[in-house]
Design a protein around this ligand. Structure first.
Ligand code: ATP
Ligand code: MG
Length: 424
């Protein structure tokens, strides 16, 4: 159980990390695609810019005056002309970029080859990241009129943040989903271990309680025996009731302890090699005696010995008695019960069949579960804990055997135990 828990947790952590890495890779691919796309858009926009600036128009004319420092066309100072062309050029560039869907911040510089700067955008800052700088060499009207080799350089700032903001539609939901998965799994694991804890505590409580009950039951039995020796005839029937009921109580306690014991300590079964025939014969004969008293038809047929198997006498005997007990309990009228044992290939087969009420197809899978009982809707239901078959199954599997149940409602039930035979 504990090892499985570790495996689950490791698988979960690895999966979440794997998912996060894949997301990160996707993000990188997305970012690269966004960059390629951005480059194309900017390239297209700059083509238009270059074309528009190569002809004479209001903007290029104003820029020409600003570059040459000529104030004779406008009734303004050179400074004001430069200021105006800065702003008009800025607006012009914004428009061209917007046409291509580029909405991020940028700044520009217009300079000559020998790095004399003529115009800079109002928000110009010097950036170290040259990779996001796009220079274009102007042609046509402006260089011809100014007799200068002019370069317009556009520079984008904080471009990664722009890309990320474009991808936010993907990254934030995927982060939220990963976190949601983590939270749900933690919640499931927590409630699972919480329940496990309760089950363990309940089991050990039942175990302790039944152990505590054993001492008084034993004392009552002893005291009754002592009283019976000197009892008068009128007292004897009463003492008999006490003794019988006490014995019943003891078998109930033993049943619970058997199962609890099997679960608590894995080593409680000690398998020893031997002939199981004498044990089985003993079980069969003593069940036959009880059956006679209770008007139950019981037959047994055992193939000749020996039955060499690895077994724990007490538990295997308990298991078979549990099956016989069920066969008797769940048969209402004219009970016919049969116990068969035979060797088949390398296995010992033990079969217990009855002509009882049977079990429905659906419930057949459930009967081996702890505390499961078929609800017959009976007013006077057969008493039981629903522990018998789960105990039997546990015992048989510890004997490396198999158990199989075939049943038909109203016709009866056949339980087959297969145990591996050993060399003598
Ligand atoms: P316990 O054995 O703990 O006293 P139980 O007999 O109810 O109680 P199981 O032996 O585990 O518990 O059996 C589980 C259920 O399977 C029973 O309640 C019964 O409904 C059904 N069942 C078991 N054996 C038979 C059978 N031979 N015929 C019909 N129904 C059966
Ligand atoms: Mg039972």
């Amino acid at each position: 159980m504990l090892n499985f828990r570790k495996v689950y947790i490791v698988v979960f952590i690895v999966s979440v990390i794997g998912l996060a890495v894949i997301q990160y890779q996707y993000l990188k691919i997305g970012l690269n695609l966004a960059k390629v796309q951005f480059n194309t858009k900017v390239g297209d926009a700059l083509q238009t810019v270059k074309k528009d600036l190569s002809t004479q128009n209001e903007l290029t004319f104003l820029m020409e005056q600003a570059i040459t420092g000529n104030d004779q066309y406008f009734s303004l100072s050179v400074d004001s002309i430069q200021d105006a062309s800065k702003h008009f050029l800025n607006d012009f560039l914004i428009d061209r970029f917007l046409e291509q869907g580029v909405k991020t911040e940028f700044s520009y510089r217009l300079f000559k080859n020998d790095s004399i700067v003529y115009l800079t955008s109002p928000n110009y800052v010097v950036s170290e990241n040259k990779s996001l700088t796009y220079p274009i060499v102007l042609s046509g009207y402006l260089p011809e009129r100014t007799q200068k080799r002019l370069i317009l350089e556009i520079q984008f700032e904080d471009i990664n943040r722009y890309f990320l903001s474009q991808l936010n539609g993907l990254t934030i939901p995927s982060l939220i989903f990963i976190i949601a998965i983590i939270l749900v799994v933690i919640w499931v694991l927590r409630s699972f271990y919480w329940q496990q804890n309760i089950i363990t505590k309940t089991n050990s409580f039942i175990n302790n309680l039944t152990h505590e009950l054993k001492t008084p039951v034993f004392s009552i039995g002893l005291a009754t025996k002592l009283l019976e020796e000197k009892a008068t005839d009128s007292q004897k029937p009463v003492l008999k009731i006490i003794r019988e009921q006490n014995a019943k109580l003891k078998t109930h306690i033993d049943k619970v302890l058997d199962l609890a014991g099997l679960e608590n300590t894995k080593k409680l079964i000690t398998l020893t090699k031997g002939d199981f025939y004498p044990e089985l014969k003993k079980i069969a004969t003593s069940f036959q005696e009880i059956s006679k008293l209770e008007q139950v038809n019981f037959d047994y047929s055992l193939e000749e010995p020996p039955y060499y198997i690895l077994f724990d006498a007490t538990h295997l005997e308990n298991a078979i008695n549990n099956l016989l007990d069920n066969a008797k309990k769940y048969t209402k009228t004219d009970p016919h019960i049969e116990l068969k044992a035979f060797k088949e290939n390398t296995n010992l087969i033990i079969q217990i069949s009855d002509n009882g009420i049977g079990i429905g197809k659906k419930q057949q899978k459930e009967v081996f579960k702890k505390y499961f009982r078929v609800d017959t809707g009976d007013l006077h239901p057969v008493k039981g804990y629903g522990l018998g078959l789960s105990y039997v199954k546990e015992v048989i599997s510890r004997h490396r055997g198999k158990i199989n149940l075939i049943s038909d409602i109203g016709k009866g039930t056949k339980v087959t135990i297969t145990l591996p035979l050993k060399e003598q």
